[in-house]
Every structure is written in structure tokens, then in C-alpha cells.
Design a protein around this ligand. Structure first.
Ligand SMILES: NC(=O)c1ccc[n+]([C@@H]2O[C@H](COP(=O)([O-])OP(=O)(O)OC[C@H]3O[C@@H](n4cnc5c(N)ncnc54)[C@H](OP(=O)(O)O)[C@@H]3O)[C@@H](O)[C@H]2O)c1
Length: 258
């Protein structure tokens, strides 16, 4: 397979970041696995990739702006899979909060990517971030340091960076509840817009959808949700490929300001 351009995955030791590295590498992309735990990333991933020479490992902390230009050097695309979703913490006891990582960290990466002439940013956010009365919003926001609020602010921040740097396209992917199971395939997932769906979906399927975005032009400057398909839902005319699944995605209108 001909080698494709370089994609940086930020948060490569996270369970979704890891799946993104594997999905990209198996598609023939060169991948830079960026994480705060470089050796762990190497141990987790190197034996699982088809061609180890296609993957390199670098240190990143999204709160350290100064390292981002070297992390993003020569990249065509960056995936933002980092999150401070490690759970409730006593206010003031941790610097690694959703505000720092999911909001400011996403903006730091978007700004550095625009400066480094990266062409695309794929931001992994969450289903229900705009649906403030939904159970996932209320539960996750109170249990995880207002994470839904800060993830939404991160989305808005990334879109603002894009507005100042329109040559860098963004895609915001909002998964439902993530589970660690093998990919179930494009027929098992639903893509929607308008923040209406949230059902469990495998990280492996979400990673393949993130990868497929790179081949589907209408996902540029778009936000969409991805969730598992319930068995009770219609099974007719299901897409054969992840790319076909994305065919109906439309670019965003101007985002809400809150
Ligand atoms: N879990 C769910 O059900 C669910 C549902 C919807 C959306 N999401 C979102 O989907 C994404 C992936 O979720 P996940 O559960 O697979 O992963 P995750 O457990 O949230 O892991 C994210 C990774 O981010 C890294 N990270 C944290 N702070 C960082 C920093 N300052 N700089 C760089 N990296 C940092 C951590 O790796 P290191 O500690 O190795 O640095 C961590 O493994 C997240 O944005 C999450 O909020 C999750």
C-alpha cells in the first residue's frame, strides 16, 4: 500500500486514541502517536501495528504550548483524542482538569496546528454536549468536573480558530457511550447531526469513522454524532462502508456562541 501523509494522534495512550493509531496505520497513514506516556504508548501499540516503521512516538502534554509545534511538524492531519475524563477530583487539587485539557488543550492544539499548516483537525467531543437537560449531560457534568460544559467550549474554541484560519478544516466527532469491543462495522452504527442520539458504540468503530472522515469531503467543517444502532432500528439500506455512512453529513452553519 502506498504510504499516505502524516497524522498526529494526541492522546494515543487513551483507549480511543490507541484505536485511532491502529486504524490509521492499517490504512497506510504514517502516524505520530503523541502522549504523556511515551514508553507506555510504545509498549501498547508497537506490536499491534502492521508496519512499525510507519509509527513514531513523541511526548505531548496539551497544556504545554511550547512543545506543540514540534509535535505537529510535517503533519497533514491531527486527531485530538485527549481528555481529562479521569473522574471527580477535589477542586484545586489537579491541574489536569476538563477546563485545562478538553477546552484550553483543544484550543492550544488547534492554534498550533493552524500555525504548522496542518490541513485538518479531528476533535473527539461527546454526544449530548449541547443537550443540557439530558441524563448524560447532567450525570457526566457533575461527576467529571463539568466535562460536558468544557467539551462544548472546546468545540466552540476550535471552530473559532478555524474561522481565523479557514485553510485548516475541522471535524467534530461526538460519540455516544464508548465501549471496548471489536469493531462491529458500518452497518452497526448511526451518524446523525443535531445532538439527538447517544447510544453505546465501540471505540474501534469510532476510530474507523474518524479515519473515514479523511476521505469524505463533506465532513470538513462539520459536527456529527455517532452511536451504535439499536437492534430494533430499521435494518434496510444500511451503508456498506464507513465512508458511505458519512455521505449525509453536512457542514455546520455558524455555531452557537454558548
Ligand atoms: N468514555 C466514554 O464513554 C465517552 C463518551 C463520549 C465521548 N468520550 C470522549 O471520547 C474521547 C476518548 O475517550 P476515551 O474514554 O477513549 O479516552 P480517555 O480515557 O478519556 O483518555 C484520554 C487520554 O487523554 C490523555 N490525556 C489526559 N490529559 C492529557 C494532557 N494534558 N495532555 C495530553 N494527553 C492527555 C490521557 O493519556 P495519558 O494519561 O497517557 O496522557 C488519556 O488516556 C474523550 O474526549 C472522551 O471525553 C468518551
Amino acid at each position: 500500500m502506498a504510504e499516505k501523509g502524516l497524522v498526529v494522534v494526541i492522546g494515543a495512550t487513551g483507549p480511543l486514541g490507541k484505536e485511532c493509531v491502529l486504524a490509521l496505520e492499517s490504512e497506510g497513514y504514517r502516524v505520530r502517536a503523541a502522549s504523556r506516556r511515551v514508553e507506555t504508548a510504545r509498549e501498547m501499540l508497537l506490536h499491534k501495528v502492521k508496519n512499525p516503521s510507519r509509527v513514531d512516538f513523541v511526548h505531548v502534554d496539551v497544556m504545554e504550548k511550547s512543545v506543540l509545534s514540534s509535535v505537529l511538524k510535517d503533519a497533514e492531519v491531527v486527531f485530538f483524542c485527549a481528555s481529562a475524563s479521569a473522574g471527580w477530583r477535589v477542586p484545586g487539587t489537579s491541574k489536569n482538569t476538563p477546563k485545562q485539557v478538553d477546552y484550553l488543550g483543544a484550543i492550544h492544539v488547534a492554534e498550533a496546528a493552524a500555525q504548522a499548516k496542518v490541513k485538518r483537525l479531528i476533535l473527539v467531543s461527546s454526544a449530548m454536549v449541547t443537550n443540557r437537560s439530558s441524563f448524560p449531560y447532567l450525570f457526566l457534568n457533575s461527576a467529571f468536573g463539568r466535562i460536558m460544559h468544557w467539551k462544548r467550549q472546546g468545540e466552540i474554541g476550535v471552530i473559532k480558530v478555524h474561522e481565523k484560519n479557514p485553510e485548516m478544516a475541522y471535524t467534530i466527532v461526538r460519540p455516544g457511550h464508548l465501549i471496548n469491543e471489536p469493531a462491529k462495522g458500518p452497518k452497526s452504527v448511526i451518524v446523525d447531526q443535531g445532538d439527538r442520539i447517544s447510544w453505546r458504540v465501540t471505540r474501534a468503530d469510532v476510530a474507523k469513522v474518524c479515519c473515514a472522515c479523511l476521505k469524505v469531503e463533506n465532513t470538513m467543517n462539520a459536527t456529527f454524532e455517532i452511536a451504535g444502532r439499536k437492534e430494533t432500528e430499521s435494518q434496510s439500506n444500511l451503508p456498506e462502508t464507513y465512508e458511505a455512512l458519512l455521505a449525509t453529513v453536512k457542514p455546520d452553519k455558524k455555531p452557537e456562541s454558548t
